[in-house]
Design a protein around this ligand. Sequence first.
Ligand SMILES: *[C@@H]1O[C@H](CO)[C@@H](O)[C@H](O)[C@H]1NC(C)=O
Ligand SMILES: *[C@@H]1O[C@H](CO)[C@@H](O)[C@H](O)[C@H]1NC(C)=O
Ligand SMILES: *[C@@H]1O[C@H](CO)[C@@H](O)[C@H](O)[C@H]1NC(C)=O
Length: 355
Amino acid sequence: MSGFLHQRSLHNPFSNPFPISSSSSTNSKKPISIFSPTILLSLLSLIVVLGVFSPWLGMPQNLFFTSKPSISKWGHYTLDQALTFVAKNGTVIVCIVSQPYLPFLNNWLISITMQKRQDMVLVIAEDYPSLYKVNELWPGHAVLIPPVLDVEAAHKFGSKGFFNFTARRPSHLLKILELGYSVMYNDVDMVWLADPFPYLQGNHDVYFTDDMTAIKPLDHSHDLPPPGNKGRPYICSCMIFLRPTDGAKLILKKWLEELQLEPWSRTKKSNDQPAFNWALMKNVKEVDLYLLPQAAFPTGGLYFKNKTWVKETKGKHVIIHNNYIVGFEKKIKRFRDYGFWLVDEHANESPLGGL
Ligand SMILES: *[C@@H]1O[C@H](CO)[C@@H](O)[C@H](O)[C@H]1NC(C)=O
Ligand SMILES: *[C@@H]1O[C@H](CO)[C@@H](O)[C@H](O)[C@H]1NC(C)=O
Ligand SMILES: *[C@@H]1O[C@H](CO)[C@@H](O)[C@H](O)[C@H]1NC(C)=O
């Protein structure tokens, strides 16, 4: 239970939607003479560049205008187009990010690249700056599913806007299933140590991980765990694999219904996880569910807090979730302490380059 969504709600993705234009307006304040040596030198080099490249580029104005049309083009890039481009074997790996999460996105992507699965990754951007940034560095790998979140409305707890905000994850995933694809969803405060796909055994509808810290035997059951104190299990909504079956679609629809039923209040943190658990528990008979092995997919509450267990299960860990801790800085520090902040030394392996 990461408190991840709650932090996301505090950030206004519209506060600086076009950093490029704001920086150019800052520059224009500086009094620069047209005849300064720097300007003359720049003009001279531009003429040389145009002379060299224009035969390949066609009209020289391409040089000046290529970035704008290619940026606005991504505003019309549909989920259908993105899935066609990215999916391998009818399967995609998705995450959902807004601007403040880009460093975590980069870290997560580096770990996936190390397992050679990056080609299947589709980044669902929740704001235009993230959409443009990812597609500029890695064309075609980000999509925005309209409407863009209304941050003001999302802040009113219990409102339709707030429902829209918590409902985005199940609603995006349902759209992907309805287009006929299997999908693996990950929070971006995760790191892959191995390829998770070999663990998706059998032909179940929904695969997930337990967020409870209690240690299970290595040969534990793959059934939905029994309910805890709150009358429901504590399955993590952070890592889910779904096949495009009626069963998986039913879980996502019920998840959306449960979110609407949930008595949200100001004191409760915005979190879609309880509703996901009610949906799983109430439909356990209709849907083929599969609990992934704890040793491979431990909660952060176990992995980062029990060194004995980590030693005992050495070599079995597949995805590590940086949860049971709140705050970007603390998450980064913890990943650094464990050598999982790959951005420090492996930035050149990211498909996003030096983001
Ligand atoms: C695609 O599916 C085939 C058959 O199910 C499988 O053998 C292959 O390993 C899959 N490829 C990837 C990249 O998962
Ligand atoms: C909630 O989402 C619906 C459809 O996605 C949209 O039409 C509506 O305007 C949104 N409401 C608010 C308050 O954001
Ligand atoms: C930590 O892990 C060890 C080994 O699995 C276990 O025996 C012990 O009970 C765990 N400690 C806690 C506090 O859960």
